[in-house]
Design a protein around this ligand. Structure first.
Ligand code: C5P
Length: 479
């Protein structure tokens, strides 16, 4: 990492930089950054950028010069996608999607529609993708250098996120009046769209007709999800799928191009909390979000496994590629797991309630003035992990449990490994100050008969992929 200041440049160079920055509506500092990024991506020129109000030139600017990032797309072994970012508020999530795809070693090249540039900048997309960003069908430099036909072909798949109602209409109608639609018409690669729009727009006949036509044309879709809209007071179906879901769908789409070390394997995953009824309206529950279990199901499916996810009640989207059995209670979860056997591996990530109410009320239990609250007699729920791990018949060759502890994490996990009869325990500290319960990251210890491995704190998604990779190695060794 070297460091230069614009003040150190000679006058001629400074003047050229000033003119160039002014013509692009950028500050001199931004112009230098753009030139460096374009150079790192292997081009001396840069994609045109929508003019923005000119900022005043700083007297002296310190510019950190990064060591050139490798042009990811240049690596032929690497899978690559073309990401078309449409103009909707969800465009900001596409910046995170770029990160998520690159974490998975997928090179990303971006096209931003004119409307997308009202929400995010090509500079942001370029900085995250490490690649030149394309915006304009009629840009001479881009057309001579790469060309929309090459953009359409030089990729393993095309992803449209957010896919606005307008972009979907253009695709369905075969329009080609801007770079995004021309590329979509010219590509013979698989296309995945992540629609995002207001629920009324989504439900409209026109959008649904366009969707039907796109599905007919073999276009893949992910989402939209139900939930709150960016507009205040609006809710319904129309939220763009989350970046992790889209990334998993991209991996599933790239399929055989990627590694599928769990192809041919059956995996059962439990996830989320259970709800144990007190009466028809009340229940006992816990704070589990299901994020870790769902991420494991998605990672296993992306690795080619046939996954059955048995999920308690959660507020997160279904992971793509898995068969999902939704349950409420521990007993229902147990039955669903048994029904999913045989399997090569079972991962019990659910936070199953230890107890249920012995005799839940058939009607809502009423508060009675002057009377003590009703006693809640509890009985123990079946221990799904332990029962499956101790089965004589159809015991999956690899049984993995989780241990959420608030103290003595490793000693407790070791004891649990022996008591439950499982092969591995993934242990973590869920004391409130860690923020793990319901949070995005996790810091786990893998406890096996061979010892304890402590993994660094990472996203639940990364934990899932690391675990799936270990499962693949173990199952391959057992074959
Ligand atoms: O006993 P404890 O709840 O700490 O054990 C945690 C592990 O056991 C997790 O893998 C969890 O999914 C599993 N478990 C289960 N059935 C239960 C209780 C826990 O499968 N009734």
């Amino acid at each position: 990492m070297a460091s230069i200041t614009i003040r150190q440049l000679d006058e001629g160079l400074k003047q050229q930089l000033r003119l160039r920055a002014a013509s692009h509506g950028r500050s001199m500092e931004d112009e230098v950054r753009t030139i460096l990024r374009a150079a790192a991506a292997g081009s001396a020129e840069v994609a045109p950028v929508r003019p923005s109000p000119r900022r005043s030139e700083p007297a002296a600017v310190e510019i950190a010069v990064p060591s050139p990032t490798p042009n990811l797309a240049a690596s032929t072994a690497m899978r690559r996608i073309l990401l078309i970012i449409g103009g909707g508020i969800a465009a900001y999530k596409s910046l995170d999607l770029i990160r998520r795809l690159r974490e998975r070693h997928i090179a990303v090249r971006c096209i931003l529609t004119a409307a997308a540039q009202e929400f995010i900048t090509p500079l942001a997309a370029g900085a995250l993708s490490g690649e030149r960003v394309f915006t304009n069908l009629f840009d001479t430099t881009s057309e001579l250098d790469v060309g929309h036909i090459r953009l359409a072909r030089d990729t393993d798949a095309v992803v449209v996120a957010p896919a606005t109602a307008d972009l979907m209409a253009k695709m369905a109608g075969g329009h080609a009046d801007d770079l995004a639609s021309a590329v979509l018409l010219a590509t013979h690669r698989p296309i995945l769209i992540a629609p995002a729009m207001n629920p009324v727009m989504w439900a409209r006949g026109a959008t649904q007709r366009n969707l039907a036509r796109l599905l007919d044309d073999g276009v893949h879709t992910i989402g939209p999800n139900a939930g709150e809209m960016a507009e205040q007071g609006e809710a319904g179906i129309g939220r763009m799928a989350e970046p992790l879901e889209i990334a998993a769908a991209v991996e599933a789409l790239l399929g055989d191009g990627g590694e599928r070390p769990l192809a041919g394997k059956r995996i059962i995953v439990t996830s989320g909390p259970t709800h144990e009824p007190i009466d028809p309206v009340r229940y006992i529950a816990n704070r589990s979000s299901g994020r870790q279990g769902h991420a494991i199901a998605a990672a296993a499916a992306a690795a080619g496994a046939e996954v059955t996810l048995v999920s308690g009640p959660v507020n997160i989207p279904d992971p793509p590629g898995a068969r999902i059995v939704k349950v409420e209670t521990a007993r229902a979860m147990f039955e669903a797991v048994e029904a999913a056997l045989p399997a090569d591996c079972a991962v019990f990530a659910a936070a199953v309630a230890d107890w249920r109410v012995a005799a839940p009320g058939h009607e809502k239990i009423k508060k009675q003035k002057g009377k003590a609250p009703p006693p809640l007699a509890l009985v123990e729920n079946p221990d799904i992990l332990s029962t499956i791990a101790h089965r004589k018949a159809q015991r999956p060759p690899l049984v993995i449990g989780f241990a959420a502890e608030t103290e003595n994490v490793i000693p407790n996990a070791k004891a649990k490994l022996a008591r439950k009869g499982c092969d591995w325990i993934v242990a973590n500290d869920v004391s409130p100050e860690t923020g793990i319960m319901g949070g995005e990251t996790n810091s786990v210890h893998l406890v096996t008969e061979n010892g304890v491995e402590s993994w660094p704190r990472q996203s639940k998604d990364e934990v899932a992929r690391a675990l799936v990779s270990r499962i693949a190695t173990a199952l391959a060794a057992g074959d």
